[in-house]
Design a protein around this ligand. Structure first.
Ligand SMILES: Cc1cc2nc3c(=O)[nH]c(=O)nc-3n(C[C@H](O)[C@H](O)[C@H](O)COP(=O)(O)OP(=O)(O)OC[C@H]3O[C@@H](n4cnc5c(N)ncnc54)[C@H](O)[C@@H]3O)c2cc1C
Length: 293
């Protein structure tokens, strides 16, 4: 459990951070909360030559969440801040709830939203609701910024669409549409510091009649190497009024799209069953919430 020797930097501004990333490139690792990074380094799964601690960079710690304008969340906003932010709770309850289900209170006060995405674990809590909400990530380097939908940023297990010298700096969440609701749910082995066997988020928007689905986005976690956005559920439900038969058909379609594996947390068979249960429950819940029932 002894880490390799590395150079340590604690920049104070985004510009200093990007200069260091430009200089060290893939030899550097960003340290946010360190709740994943330290474990990987102690196990010598990774051995960076340079660690860039971003905890002194205030710009990465801000939440902007104004009425009518969506939200911009800095990469190093801690999960506990997302859990307890009244503005985020009101606008994005699925995200606040998911953040509050990560690990323990100690972990949530250190762990960042950016770290949860950049660790690129298929079982991570927050990428699933972030993708359902239509979040874009801002990737920054000395050459400037670019934006990507979150589900395109995570490309596989521990794999990101990051270029040399780039880092994630913030998340951009769109303003929720009128008559819409987003909900998150997960299943783990026990109600403790377990890692999810399956998680899921559904974002559902109704047409002005308050009955017909305009747009539904269902995202699954822990059943694919990266957050899996269902293609079949919107094809079945957009333009429809929800009836029990359709809920069953859509839940079975999500189940068919999931490609889980057996591992220490659950069997693939169990995960497929849970996908169906969570899909059924979340479609019902988001439909009722969007109707204001
Ligand atoms: C006891 C325990 C329980 C846990 N339970 C859960 C759980 O229930 N659910 C869950 O999802 N996770 C869980 N985790 C995992 C971990 O806490 C989360 O993934 C956390 O959000 C990681 O954030 P961090 O700030 O600590 O990331 P760090 O460890 O600092 O970084 C993680 C990785 O992302 C990279 N990185 C960080 N920020 C950036 C950036 N801005 N740009 C580019 N790369 C970046 C780092 O270089 C590193 O490779 C648990 C961990 C522990 C120790």
């Amino acid at each position: 459990m002894v880490m390799n020797h590395f150079e340590y930097f604690a920049p104070r501004t985004p510009a200093e951070t990007l200069e260091l990333l430009g200089r060290f490139g893939s030899k550097a690792k960003i340290l946010a909360g360190g709740t994943d990074l330290m474990i990987l380094m102690k196990n010598r799964a990774i051995q960076p030559e340079c660690v860039i601690d971003i905890n002194q960079v205030q710009d990465f710690r801000t939440i902007m969440c104004e009425p009518g304008q969506g939200a911009v969340i800095g990469t190093n906003v801690k999960l506990a801040e997302i859990q307890f932010s009244e503005a985020l709770q009101a606008k994005y309850p699925a995200l606040s709830y998911a953040a509050g289900e990560v690990g323990s209170a100690q972990v949530r006060h250190m762990a960042s939203l950016g770290g949860n995405t950049c660790n690129a674990s298929p079982a991570a809590e927050t990428p699933t609701p972030l993708a359902a909400l239509g979040t874009k990530v801002v990737l920054s380097s000395q050459s400037g910024d670019r934006e990507l939908p979150l589900e395109q940023f995570i490309t596989g297990v521990r794999q990101l669409g990051l270029n040399e010298g780039e880092m994630l700096t913030r998340f951009i969440l769109p303003e929720p549409a009128p008559r819409s609701a987003c909900r998150y749910a997960y299943m783990g082995r026990r109600d403790a510091m377990e890692i999810d066997s399956v998680n899921m988020a559904v974002n559902l928007e109704l047409q002005p009649d308050g009955e017909t689905i305009r747009n539904i986005k269902l995202v699954m976690g822990s059943v694919y190497p990266r957050p899996l956005v269902s293609q079949e559920v919107p094809a079945l439900l957009n333009g429809q009024r929800l009836i029990d038969e359709l809920i069953e058909t859509a839940a079975a379609a999500a189940q068919g799209e999931a490609k889980p594996i057996d591992d220490i947390r659950a069997t693939a068979e169990y995960r497929r069953e849970i996908v169906k249960v969570l899909a059924r429950r979340l479609i019902q819940e988001t439909y009722a919430a969007a109707k204001g029932v």
